[in-house]
Write a protein that binds this ligand. Structure first.
Ligand code: FES
Ligand SMILES: [Fe+2]
Length: 443
């Protein structure tokens, strides 16, 4: 291996690896144009109470969070058939940047090639299937499989099969297998594993319009924190949209972000949205006085915090000056989730009278603030997972209070629709008062 490193190191800088997974090949064939079978009868029946209108509905049964065989089906369907968030564009800002993400047992390589184009490939070599990349890297010129040194360009094409030469026509057939869908939205990379997927915009509904004055494509990534959570990925999404827990779980936050200040900001689309407006300054790091707002916001937007969970796996909190996201991917290990918290600042956020050092300190304080809140949430989520595991064999469903739990009900219904390859049926969702939207529209 040392010899390999030296030889290849002399040739060019590159990325290298270990391991092997061909799960994606099976996953894709299971999805591509296949008839979707029902879930096991027991689960189909357990899902029925959640599909009712919220006034009569019950929360998703604990089995949906604890049953290992269901979890595998869910990963293949939810993450195999829907657009999902994979990374921030800023994580691959330069040519030669490479990232590896794991979605359940499927490993995917993200690259930015020398022409600045983004790509996503299954992390399996076309020779014998070895895992090509084990970690992300920067400044890569090529991806070299560690098993026999097949080398791929960052656009996925097969470059060389040392020490032997392969006919050009043959090499052209043996590039890395591409994930069929890759689009960007709000500064994030979304993937879709369905052959010829519909445009991402079809899933987002009116969300792009709601974000039109926020310059999310130009955000500057400040810091990230990674979590390995002993909880199902759905609980993390549900916790984000559950503002009802603020008093109990976040005593400090509750002093200025009151439960009843949260209003719907919901239109049609595969997302859950709400808002707090007006924002209450509290002498904390997120106060408006510390940063400039996005320059094009309407007055009401520059005094509001927006919260969107984009189905299935990314939660986005939008302050007038910054954004933080929680991007989750289910682990290969059942009941565990990898979460990445990212704080991004508006490129205009630094005030003229603030030095670079002061600005950095203010961003650091904001990062600490959101990390503290998230640490509290992680404890709550892990506790919830344990409680649901206690109930696995019972017939008990949780309850909904419509005023507070409409976002959880909406998310759970997106999961149930997504399992059958459908978008959410908006007709079954409550008609929500949307006073904030009216104020935004009236300018
Ligand atoms: S398996 Fe990758 S080069 Fe042989
Ligand atoms: Fe929380």
């Amino acid at each position: 291996m040392n010899i390999a490193r030296n030889v290849v190191g002399r040739m060019q800088r590159q990325c290298r690896t270990g391991g092997c997974s061909l799960w994606h090949a099976r996953g894709m064939s299971a999805v591509a144009g296949a008839e979707l079978s029902n879930l096991p009868q027991r689960l189909e029946e357990l899902a029925l109470p959640t599909k009712r209108r919220i006034e009569e509905a019950k929360a998703l049964h604990p089995a949906f969070y604890t049953d290992a065989s269901y979890a595998q089906t869910e990963r293949e369907r939810i993450f195999g058939m829907n657009w999902f968030a994979a990374a921030h564009v800023q994580e691959l800002s330069s040519p030669g940047d490479v990232r590896v993400i794991e979605v359940g047992k499927t490993s995917i390589i993200l690259t930015r090639d020398k022409n600045h184009k983004l790509h996503a490939f299954y992390n399996s070599c076309r020779h014998r299937g070895a895992r090509v990349c084990s970690t992300g890297a920067t400044g890569c010129k090529q991806l070299v499989c560690p098993y026999h040194w097949w080398a791929y360009r960052l656009d996925g094409s097969l470059k060389s099969t040392p020490p032997t030469a392969m006919p050009k026509e043959r090499k052209e057939e043996l590039g890395l297998i591409r994930v069929p869908g890759l689009e960007t939205f709000a500064g994030m990379i979304f993937l879709n594993q369905t052959p010829n997927p519909p445009p991402l915009r079809d899933a987002l509904g009116d969300l792009p319009e709601k974000l039109t004055r926020y310059d999310l494509d130009d955000m500057q990534l400040f810091k990230q924190k990674k979590y390995d959570i002993a909880g199902d990925w759905k609980l993390i999404a549900e916790n984000f949209v559950d503002f009802y827990h603020i008093d109990a779980v976040h005593p400090e936050l509750s002093r200025f972000s009151r439960v009843d200040d949260h209003q719907p900001y919901q239109g049609g689309g595969q997302y859950v949205g709400f808002v707090t407006s007006p924002l209450t300054d509290c002498g904390g790091p997120g106060d408006k006085i510390n940063f400039n707002s996005f320059p094009r916001l309407r007055a009401i937007e520059s005094n509001s915090a927006l919260f969107f969970h984009i189905f299935p796996n990314v939660s986005v909190t939008i302050y007038p000056h910054s954004v933080y996201t929680l991007l989750t991917l289910p682990s290969g290990a059942h009941g565990r989730t990898q979460e990445q918290l990212t704080l991004l600042m508006s490129p205009e956020a630094r005030k003229n009278d603030t030095s670079q050092d002061e600005y950095h300190e203010r961003c650091d304080a904001l990062m600490k603030f959101v990390v503290n809140i998230n640490d509290e949430d992680v404890d709550a989520i892990e506790n919830l997972q344990q409680g649901l595991s206690n109930l696995e064999g019972q017939g008990m469903h949780g309850e909904f209070i419509p005023k507070y739990d409409w976002p959880v009900h909406r998310f759970q219904n997106m999961v149930l629709s997504g399992l059958h390859g459908h978008a959410l049926n908006e007709d079954n969702m409550p008609k929500l008062a949307n006073a904030f939207e009216q104020k935004v529209l009236s300018g």
